[in-house]
Ligand binder design. Structure first.
Ligand SMILES: CC(=O)/C=C/C=C(C)/C=C/C1=C(C)CCCC1(C)C
Ligand SMILES: CC(/C=C/C=O)=C\C=C\C=O
Ligand SMILES: [Fe+2]
Length: 560
């Protein structure tokens, strides 16, 4: 059965490759090159003329009139609306001043399209990936966005229906045999999405890669044109289907965690700069069960890798179901408990596996080693955006909820959860609240730090926070973990994304730099925002021709 499915999917892949060159061609068909100032805003019925400096190369998707089409009434914030065209590129007018030392490109990945044909997707995490670029050049900002041409996206465009399984979406089996094919495809991974919408990373050798949580969803793009260049092929034989969405990428290496659903363990792997071959550092045997916990992200210190084992566990039963359960591919197993494991990076040995209170996190912020007066490491501290051991947030991120509850105070509380993991062999670790969550409006997620402090004792985290009432993080927050205070940025009706810190060259203070975020506005507009990393005051903003959907995670590519 699996081989039949593989043959089917191989012939499908061939079709898609042929279709892909055509698809890029037909995306240009009917492209009104002269029409440089007219943009239809995403807000329903809102036709406006905007003058944007040097707008070039706006590319409507000729045969996809469905872009930006969800008809959901006035409440449909542009943050939760498909982008109105496949790609765009142009210069933005800057209000304020961007620092002249800021030369390079900020790329951000996230969903761009949440429907196919007449079918609206269910969840924020389902959207077909779109990368947005802000290229800073001597005070100017050249911007652009482009859909990633994953197999899942191309297949959906070609057949006008969902073909691959997304986070909350399962393609409809037209008939029983095709459902059997779909099941086999799930075992082989052939039916799983490669929609690389979670993050974008610059590898040490300069390649730029977009990822999702399936290994096949590792896609190389051109950071200048944002063109999809092809699959990132792992040349090792490690196998498996899944990966963390958040590898730790430095100039020298790429570290990630691969959940192994068959053996109920995690593989921690490392890929050197310039290589496509991952090598296993070590294995973490899960303490609870029945399956490994979801591992969206993990953390590192200078010498250790911190691997979470959440009670929110992968569920093979759910993954194989035609209708997903309330927690999609996962199940909440409080009886299986929560654990955190610490692996020595050099030897792969587990130096601590501790039980901790039940927790629920997407994002680790950072981790570091705590030493005693003799300099011996006695504990590992790991911080994350923690949802009080409650999975409700997953339901709140359903598009219907994001669209219908704007302004209502339904965002579940979140905090910075600080794990203390003793290295003295004791079986328990601590999970405490790092600062009063009211400081950041009792909402916090999508966090960044100064990358020079990765794995080290640090003081500042930048994240999306909340200005209540809200149904989604609607503020930017700078958290001071030493003073236990936060500075917040908010404007009425905004949905800000990924506050990304870039250090000023030569800086000696941790927060000396700028924070970039892309803002979606309630009137359908949007802009790039620059805040001072220290004061958290606005230094510049630059309006996009039209608002962009909410995005997840970005990276910085300094100009060579
Ligand atoms: C955007 C984000 O934060 C997470 C995305 C996660 C995805 C796309 C997960 C996809 C999966 C499947 C398609 C089936 C198997 C399990 C799982 C990895 C959840
Ligand atoms: C948007 C999000 C997770 C994205 C994953 O990469 C979490 C939002 C949480 C809200 O508090
Ligand atoms: Fe994430």
């Amino acid at each position: 059965m699996a081989s039949i499915n593989l043959i089917a999917s191989a012939s499908y892949v061939l079709h898609s490759i042929k279709a892909s060159s055509k698809s890029s061609d037909h995306l240009k068909d009917g492209f009104p090159l002269g029409n440089k100032n007219l943009f239809r805003m995403n807000a329903p019925g809102n036709l406006r003329k905007l003058t944007i400096a040097n707008v070039a190369n706006e590319v409507p998707v000729a045969s996809q009139p469905s872009f930006g089409k969800e008809a959901l009434g006035d409440q449909n914030h542009v943050a939760w609306t498909s982008v109105r065209q496949h790609r765009w590129h142009g210069e933005l007018v800057v209000e304020g001043e961007t620092p002249h030392w800021l030369n390079g490109s900020y790329l951000r990945n996230g969903p761009g399209l949440w429907h196919v044909g007449d079918h609206n997707f269910g969840h924020l995490f389902d959207g077909y990936a779109m990368v947005v670029k802000l290229q800073f050049e001597n005070g100017r900002i050249i911007a652009g966005h482009r859909q990633i041409e994953s197999e899942a996206y191309k297949a959906a465009m070609k057949h006008n229906k969902l073909i691959y399984r997304e986070f909350s979406e399962v393609p409809k089996a037209d008939n029983f045999p095709s459902y059997i094919g779909e099941l086999a495809g799930l075992f082989s991974g052939a039916s799983l999405t490669d929609n690389a919408n979670t993050g974008v990373f610059k590898l040490g050798d300069g390649r730029v890669i977009c990822l999702t949580e399936t290994q096949k969803g590792s896609i190389i793009i051109d950071p200048t044109t944002l063109e999809t260049l092809g699959k990132f092929e792992y040349t090792d034989s490690i196998g498996g289907q899944l990966q963390s969405a958040h590898p730790i990428v430095t100039d020298t290496e790429f570290l990630t965690v691969l959940p192994d659903l068959i053996n109920s363990r995690y593989l921690v792997v490392r890929m050197e700069r310039g290589s496509n071959e991952r090598k296993v550092i070590g294995r973490v045997e899960c303490q609870g069960g029945p399956k490994p916990g979801w591992v969206h992200s993990f953390a590192v210190t200078e010498h250790y890798i911190v691997v979470p084992e959440m009670p929110l566990r992968y569920s093979v039963k759910n993954i194989l179901k035609a209708e997903l359960g309330p927690l999609y591919a996962f199940e909440w197993h409080p009886e299986s408990k929560g654990f955190v494991h610490v692996m020595c990076k050099a030897s792969g040995k587990i130096v601590a596996s501790v039980e901790v209170p039940l927790y629920m996190t997407f994002h680790f912020i950072n981790a570091y080693e705590e030493t005693d007066e003799d300099g011996r490491v006695v504990a590992v501290i790991a911080d994350c955006c923690e949802h009080y051991g409650d999975t409700t947030i997953l339901e709140k991120l359903r598009l219907q909820n994001l669209r219908s509850f704007a302004g209502q105070d339904v965002l579940p509380d979140a905090r910075i959860g600080r794990f203390t993991i003793p290295l003295d062999g004791s079986p328990y670790g601590k999970l405490e609240t790092a600062l009063d969550p009211n400081e950041h409006g009792r909402g916090i997620d999508i966090c960044n730090i100064n990358p020079a402090f990765l794995g080290k004792r640090y003081r500042f985290a930048y994240a999306c926070g909340a200005q209540r009432p809200c149904n989604f993080p609607n503020a930017l927050t700078k958290v001071d973990l030493v003073e236990k205070k936060a500075k917040n940025w908010h404007e009425d009706g905004v949905v800000p994304s990924d506050p990304f810190f870039i250090a000023r060259p030569g800086a000696t203070e941790e927060d000396d730099g700028v924070v970039i975020s892309m803002i979606s506005e309630k009137n359908g507009g949007g802009y790039a925002l620059l805040l001072d990393g220290s004061t958290f005051e606005e230094i510049a903003r630059a309006k996009f021709p039209y608002g962009l959907p909410y995005g997840f995670h970005g990276c910085w590519i300094p100009k060579k």
